[in-house]
Structure formats: structure tokens, C-alpha cells
Design a protein around this ligand. Structure first.
Ligand SMILES: NC(=O)c1ccc[n+]([C@@H]2O[C@H](COP(=O)([O-])OP(=O)(O)OC[C@H]3O[C@@H](n4cnc5c(N)ncnc54)[C@H](OP(=O)(O)O)[C@@H]3O)[C@@H](O)[C@H]2O)c1
Length: 400
């Protein structure tokens, strides 16, 4: 029988070496990815991110705040508050809470009809046991955050009627995880609506807020943790084709970073995550997902009033002076006391350190956000990029 020619040993050896290199590099690649997932403070591939999100969802209903948060001090008769997106969900309950506490509340809504409808519903709560004896006013002003000129028009209308501002609640927002959308100015919709337009609004109202030592409350989300330091080369404003779910996370991270930058610029700003709340925030999802969300949500998610409790806490909690920091550094148990007796219902003051945290659960839980999000260099960069993006609108506004 003719013998098959033998392959040279050398060629076989080279091939197996290549395989070994391939296998080892795969092994080390997986190890590196696991290690990165363990140590990453945030981002879609961080264990910490998903741990916090899972814990938050699990305790949304279980640990839902079941009390009304009220201000410690009397709200003055002329106190004015703006709530963006005050016609539905968390914004509606926040507007109602502020009005019950005696604020003159302006509901900044993109649909005036829906805003008026919300006012009617709020007025029906007039006999609410916790309603303040002094009744503020309720006003609807049109504001469409997907169009920057609408923000300028809103501020001009506001200036015509009101000379002061005590509280600005930046609540309105969209979540469109599967569909890429753009604003009138061509920005990715989450970036444009959830951050840029809100930035412009703060900038145009900043003088008024400073005059009265007013406060800004930004409604962010725990999904801000989806943003990661590796992709932070300054926000990539025109991320065409970017997965919109990530864009939502980034916009919520910008909310948080903006609140820090506002603080650094001397304004009293706070950022909250209201928990997972059953609202219309899923309206851009397929209808079967919405139905499932509503059904499952009735067991595990918070009601809008429970979600608004955290926002109202941020609106009312007094800020501790540095000197008092130690005295109030632990959120007091009394903040967990159900409403009814104002003296029992002491709202814990926020320390300077706590202001650097995302507030969860009506102020009784604070989640430290990753260092890169808190780094002044990054928050300043966000400020500069946002300033550059809205600059033409700052110039056209008479209020600036
Ligand atoms: N629900 C949650 O589980 C959850 C969790 C974390 C954070 N959040 C945040 O909480 C905030 C409030 O959301 P929600 O849950 O209460 O949802 P929602 O019921 O959908 O309320 C969103 C509000 O924003 C308004 N809005 C949307 N696009 C606007 C635009 N272009 N111009 C002006 N207003 C606009 C909506 O007005 P229309 O009614 O006219 O659309 C609505 O009033 C959002 O910032 C959201 O990201 C929610």
C-alpha cells in the first residue's frame, strides 16, 4: 500500500500554538470583561448598575413612601413654583402637593387643554385634610420642550406676569427606548427634551431664582447609571443611530450632573429618582408592552403620588449649613412618620455631602453616584457644551 506523506511536525506545531494563543486570549478577554463589570461604577455592563436597578425595582412597591411630605416652614403667600409636565404622572402629583402646601403653581405643559384638565382635578382636592389654609393659584402656561423657541416664549410669558420665582421643578421627560426621534433643532429627542431644553429653562430663569434664593429640583432616574465613564468624551450630541434606551440613561445622567454644576454655581439644586412609578412614561412603547407594564405595575410599581413624595421631599427639605452638618448627617427616622402631625413629620435637612447623592425614597435613602459623574471637570464640560448648544436662544431671549 502506498504510504501517505507525513505532514511536517513544524507546521502542526505552529497550528497548535496559534490555537493556544487564540484560546488564552479569549480566556483573558472574558476575564477582563468580568473584571471590568465588577469594578465599573456605572454603564450598561456594570454589575453595580444592574444591582442597584434590581434592588430599586424590587423595593419600589414594598418600600413606597406612604406619607405626605409637607414643608416645615410656612410657605409665603407670594411663593411661586413652576412644574414642567405638571399635567400627568409624577408632575401632576408634585403640582398638587405644592399647591396644597400653599404655593402659586404654574403648570408648564405642552398641551394647554391637558394642563387645564389637570388644574380642574387638583382643585377637586380642595377639601384634602392636609390642604394649607392659604390657597395659592394654579396657572397653565404652554411649554414644548422639543422646541427651544417654545422655552424662550414660555419664559417671556412668565416674565410678563410674575416677577419672582421660588421653585423650579424640572420634571417633564420622555422615554422612547426603541424609536429614534429628534427635536425641532435636530437633537436626539432624549438629549433635547430631557436635558437641553431644561438647561435653557434654568439658564433663562436663573436670575430670578438667585434673587429669591430659589431652588431647582431635577427629576432624574436610577437609569442614569447606564451612562459610563468610558463613553464620556463630552456628551456626543449628535449620536445618530445610538440606542435610544441608552440615550435616556445619558439624559438622566445629565440631569444629575447639571444639578451638581448648578450647586457649584451657587444655586440650591437637588436631583431625585422617584422610584419606579406607574405613569404614562411608557406611552412610546408598543401597546402590548404598555398593557403588560400597567398590569404587572399594579403589583410592583409605585403610584404617582408615592413617586412624587420623593420630589416633594427635595422641594421642602431645608439645606443644612456646613456647621450643622454632623447634627443632621443621618436621615432621621422621623422622616418615615406618616403625615398628620406636623411636629412628628420632621423633614431631615440635607447635608452638603448628601446633596452630592441621588435622592431616593423621600429622602431616606441616598445613592452615591459614580465619581466621574460628580467630577467638576465633567460637569463643567457638560455646562459648556449645553451653553454652546442653546446660545442662539439665550441671545434672543429678553429675559436673559
Ligand atoms: N415613571 C417612572 O418610573 C420614572 C422613573 C424615574 C424617573 N422618571 C422621570 O419622571 C419624570 C416624569 O415622568 P412620569 O413618569 O410622570 O411620566 P409621564 O406621566 O409621561 O409625564 C411626563 C410629562 O412630561 C411631559 N412632556 C413630555 N414631553 C414633553 C415636551 N416635549 N414638552 C413639554 N412637556 C413634555 C408630558 O406631557 P404630555 O402629557 O403632553 O405628553 C408629561 O406631562 C420624567 O422625567 C421621567 O424620566 C419616571
Amino acid at each position: 500500500m502506498p504510504q501517505r506523506p507525513k505532514r511536517p511536525n513544524r507546521a502542526r506545531g505552529e497550528k497548535s500554538t496559534l490555537w493556544l494563543v487564540f484560546l488564552w486570549s479569549g480566556f483573558f478577554g472574558v476575564l477582563a470583561a468580568v473584571w471590568r463589570a465588577i469594578i465599573a461604577p456605572s454603564g450598561p455592563f456594570s454589575i453595580r448598575t444592574w444591582f442597584h436597578i434590581c434592588v430599586d425595582v424590587a423595593r419600589a412597591r414594598l418600600a413606597a413612601p406612604s406619607w405626605n411630605v409637607r414643608p416645615l416652614e410656612q410657605v409665603t403667600e407670594r411663593a411661586v413654583a413652576i412644574v414642567t409636565g405638571g399635567n400627568s404622572g409624577i408632575g401632576f402629583e408634585t403640582a398638587r402637593g405644592l399647591w396644597l402646601a400653599g404655593y402659586n403653581v404654574i403648570l408648564a405643559c405642552r398641551s394647554e387643554n391637558r394642563g387645564q384638565e389637570a388644574c380642574k382635578q387638583i382643585l377637586e382636592t380642595e377639601r384634602h385634610p392636609s390642604a394649607s389654609a392659604k390657597r395659592g393659584t394654579l396657572t397653565v402656561l404652554p411649554l414644548d420642550l422639543s422646541e427651544l423657541s417654545s422655552v424662550v416664549a414660555f419664559v417671556e410669558r412668565y416674565h410678563q406676569r410674575w416677577k419672582t420665582l421660588d421653585l423650579l421643578v424640572l420634571n417633564a421627560g420622555i422615554m422612547s427606548p426603541f424609536r429614534y426621534e429628534e427635536t425641532a433643532q435636530g437633537y436626539e429627542a432624549h438629549l433635547g427634551v430631557n436635558h437641553l431644553a431644561q438647561y435653557l429653562l434654568v439658564r433663562l430663569l436663573m436670575d430670578m431664582l438667585e434673587q429669591r434664593r430659589g431652588r431647582v429640583v431635577l427629576v432624574s432616574s436610577i437609569l442614569a447609571l447606564l451612562a459610563d465613564d468610558l463613553s464620556w468624551h463630552g456628551p456626543q450630541w449628535s449620536r445618530q443611530g445610538q440606542w435610544p434606551f441608552m440615550a435616556y440613561g445619558w439624559s438622566k445622567a445629565y440631569n444629575y450632573m447639571l444639578s451638581l454644576e448648578l450647586q457649584r454655581r451657587g444655586l440650591d439644586a437637588r436631583c431625585v429618582h422617584p422610584g419606579e412609578v406607574r405613569t404614562e412614561v411608557v406611552r412610546r412603547l408598543p401597546s402590548w408592552v404598555q398593557r403588560a407594564y400597567t398590569w404587572i405595575g399594579s403589583f410592583v410599581l409605585r403610584t404617582p403620588a408615592e413617586g412624587a413624595a420623593t420630589v416633594l421631599f427635595a422641594c421642602f427639605a431645608p439645606l443644612a449649613d456646613d456647621a450643622d452638618e454632623r447634627a443632621v448627617s443621618t436621615p432621621s427616622k422621623s422622616a418615615r412618620t406618616p403625615s398628620g402631625n406636623q411636629s412628628e413629620q420632621e423633614v431631615t435637612a440635607l447635608t452638603v455631602a448628601q446633596r452630592e447623592a441621588l435622592i431616593l425614597d423621600a429622602g431616606t435613602r441616598f445613592l452615591a453616584m459614580p465619581l466621574w459623574m460628580r467630577a467638576p471637570a465633567n460637569t463643567q464640560q457638560l455646562w459648556m457644551l449645553s451653553e454652546h448648544a442653546v446660545e442662539p436662544y439665550l441671545r434672543t431671549s429678553t429675559g436673559s
